[in-house]
Design a protein around this ligand. Sequence first.
Ligand code: SAH
Length: 466
Amino acid sequence: MQYFPVFLDMASAKVLIVGGGVVAERKWRLLAKTPARVEIIAPELTAALREAADTGVIDWQARAFVATDVGDQRLVIAATADPEVNHAVAHAARRASIPVNVVDDRAACTAITPAIVERGELVVAISSQGAMPVLARRVRERIEQALPQGLGAFIATAGRYRDSVRAQLAPERVRGFWERLVDGLWREGFAESDARLAQRIDAALERSGDGAATPPGRVTLVGGGPGDPGLLTLRALRRLQDADVVLFDRLVNQALLDLVRRDAERIHVGKRRDRHTVPQSDINALMIEHARAGKQVVRLKGGDPFIFGRGGEEIADVAAAGLQVEVVPGITAAAGCAAYAGIPLTHRDHAQSCMLVTGHRKANGVLDLPWAAMAAPQQTLVVYMGLATLGELSQRLIEHGLAPDHPCAMVEAGTLQTQRVVTGTLATIQQSVTVAELTGPALLIVGTVVTLRQDLAWFDQAGSTA
Ligand code: SAH
């Protein structure tokens, strides 16, 4: 980011525009939206600029630019058709350390002007830093379409209530108050008239006024999916952006954490196989404590919270404490990895059922699984946490009737750019996985559906071996 975006305060500021043609006029029209006092230096003016000068809206000096014209302005704009004059303006402004914009000459600028979307006090500025103005304009159009026209009026009306809301509500409830109001109005497209808007704010204030109990916090168990942030549900994204506190563990991808509201508190409760950094009871206590304080707590889990995610255990205590609980499902690793590896979990010609099991050993070291059911024909078997026990898993499946050449695949870091897929048979997979040095997270898929990958692998990265 070579250019740092800032908004300049134009109250009691002066802006110098050198040039009086159509380009200068365009710049002036933008600046005319601000309270800045605009001075123009140019021998000639367009009709519109001339009228502005005649009516005292701008200060015009009908002459050529001299370096001493630059001095006490907040911004200088060089908009003449003569590159030499423009350079002289830029030079003078640089010497005076005043930001200067030179029309159509980015190299000479110390300030570039963005494309703007305006809704009253809300201003969105967009720039590709000169790299691709066409794209910036397209982005501007999209933002134009996305932002309801009524936003400006809302800000104006709501702005008048800011102080009274702050005076009437406890500080920790102010943000929630506005968020609920904005969310409700957004769903309706901000179509309310000013008067109706004021009534709505009054009514909402009354509802959450002093008599009302502190709105309880809430714990939302959010399934973050297997890794690719594009696989989050809309509700998951919403909860991440509304969260006050987010508890997450090791399997959660950084790209997902980047979507969390910026001032939310992030708590790493990282779990590893056989090494639970923060005991479950402490995680539960943390969630309860924050929710009791009225906070929106998000417990972010990889995949789906109710599939090998201990989701049940995580919310049991919270629910028992009488707090509000919500579960947002996520795409589980089996679905994500299968899709991105090009392996349909069911298929008319291959598998009429799909079974999900965990390959994690019990505390006593035993791999206690329903082997006969797992070895059933016409079925796809998906093993979570099966990397460490892969050798024993494949051996036992063969003992229970699956052929040694039964196809299987290990998917590592499924759905991420670093995804790797190792395919083989029950007899060979352990060896292939060792050679490929897979470290996990990895998911084992066993079944003849694996052969379909030959034709269906659409997401293959360089690292894939089959
Ligand atoms: N609740 C999660 C599973 C948690 S158990 C879900 O629904 O997906 C952790 C196991 O999930 C890992 O050991 C691995 O087997 C699997 N897993 C999770 N994310 C994965 C990914 N991106 N690629 C491969 N396996 C993954």
